[in-house]
Design a protein around this ligand. Structure first.
Ligand code: S3P
Length: 438
């Protein structure tokens, strides 16, 4: 389904974006691995997370919905997964599939993993390599370690020390999940610290987990195996990666003034806010408070004149999903924005570096790629282009934000994937005053 965004009135009003996707996946997985009842509020009910819920059911948990965002999981406990009869289809979700590979790798079950055309293209070796070291086996796989693949877990996995070769919270989390059923300590070393939701949630469910600094930007995480995880309450805070879209749109549409309620400000996720502020964005952080073990705050965002900045590579893990929308902001900023160290963007839901540059080109934005850096020369944006989204929700939402401020409307060829992470994107943006039309 194509969708177009047209420049119009200022964006105004108060909104709440859906629950954090990373935390939602982890809440369900830990619900499965804990004994007893886990109650979740604020769960993201996007397609990615619903696929994880279905997979948890297939592995033996009872998963029920009590109301909007309110879910209950009766878990089976570490070591007690049931072998599913069906293929586990994760749709578009890299996080759900990779984290579940970790869970399965540490249990004596054989599971077939599959997904949509986008997920079938994504590299799984980065997760499988450490899981094989822990004793899991690949029964069959598609070329280059891709889905569909059949993974045979090991009910007595080896505890390992593993240094992640790429900064990836998914790889780290998969190893820790496999280590839950290991007799001993599993350690993950990361040279660049990535989002720490798995560590926080493991501790919340009763695991013993230790985190130490490693080098200048890294961490060493050690988990004691075979904990007795108990069902808990989990409150999922609003997703900063979804808040990024109304936030950038409000900065770009002249006269806008919006409030986004209760956005999670975990320091491993706030790179975009930091960068936009350096660019001159007016983002006020108010009513900072605790919510479900995380700091959240209301963000007041007012339209701002932006200027180009140099975004260091070390910041990438804290804003990895936000580069498409940052590139859109940079297109309207005066001067040049250099985003460094974007190699990981090539293996997201699409090759995001290619999808972003194609979208910028289609809308007349001056840009270039040098190695792994993207350089955007901003100013006035002509728009008028049609952007190919390649089954990538964030490419769709980012370029719709562009169209709200460009001279001519911007069209995305297919907006259906937005439902994977932000099912209410169109009504929410429309409530703020955005003009989005099929
Ligand atoms: C996620 C980690 C990131 C991110 C993804 C969610 C997670 O992926 O891009 O959207 O919840 O662990 P990588 O681990 O591949 O960087």
């Amino acid at each position: 389904m194509p969708l177009s965004a047209t420049r119009g009135q200022p964006l105004t009003g108060r909104v709440r974006v859906p629950g954090d996707k990373s935390i939602s996946h982890r809440a369900l997985l830990l619900g499965l691995l804990a004994r007893g009842e886990t109650r979740i509020s604020g769960l993201l009910e996007g397609e990615d997370v619903l696929a994880t819920a279905a997979a948890c059911r297939a592995l033996g948990a009872e998963v029920t919905q009590d109301g909007p965002g309110a879910w209950r999981v009766f878990g089976v406990g570490v070591g007690a997964l049931a072998e599913p009869r069906e293929v586990l289809d994760f749709g578009n979700a890299g996080t759900g599939s990779r984290l579940m590979m970790g869970v399965v790798a540490g249990h004596g079950v054989t599971v077939t993993f599959d997904g949509d055309a986008s997920l079938r293209k994504r590299p799984m070796r980065r997760v499988l390599d450490p899981l094989l070291k822990m004793g899991a086996e690949i029964v069959s796989e598609s070329e280059g370690g891709r889905l569909p693949l059949v993974l045979r877990g090991n009910g007595d996995p080896l505890p390992i020390v593993y240094e992640t070769p790429v900064p990836s919270a998914q790889v780290k989390s998969a190893v820790l999940f496999a280590g839950l059923n290991a007799a001993g300590r599993t350690t993950v070393v990361e040279r660049e610290a990535t989002r720490d939701h798995t560590e926080r949630m493991l501790a919340h469910f009763g695991a013993r987990i230790f985190v130490e600094p490693e080098g200048e930007h890294g961490r060493r995480i050690t988990l004691e195996g075979r904990p007795n995880l108990k069902g808990r309450e989990v409150e999922v805070p609003a997703d900063p990666s979804s808040a990024a879209f109304p936030l950038v749109a409000a900065l770009l549409v002249p006269g806008s003034d919006i409030l986004i309620e209760g956005v999670m400000l975990n320091p491993s996720r706030t790179g975009l806010i930091k960068t936009l502020r350096e660019m001159g964005a007016s983002i006020e952080v108010a009513e900072t408070r605790g919510h479900g073990g995380e700091e959240v705050a209301d963000l007041r965002v007012r339209a701002s004149v932006l200027h180009g900045v140099d975004v260091p590579a070390e910041r990438a893990p804290s804003m990895i999903d936000e580069y498409p929308v940052l590139a859109v902001a940079a297109a309207f900023a005066k001067g040049e924005t250099r985003m460094r160290g974007l190699a990981e963007l090539r293996v997201k839901e699409s090759d995001r570096l290619a999808a972003v540059t194609a979208g910028l080109a289609a809308n007349g934005v001056d840009h270039r790629v040098e190695g792994d850096d993207l350089i955007v020369r901003g100013g006035r944006v002509r728009g008028g282009g049609t952007v190919e989204t390649h089954l990538d929700h964030r490419i769709a939402m980012s370029f719709l934000c562009m169209g709200l401020a460009s001279d001519e409307p911007v069209t995305v060829d297919d907006a259906t994937m937005i439902a994977t992470s932000f099912p209410d994107f169109v009504p929410l943006m429309t409530r703020l005053g955005a003009s989005l039309k099929a």
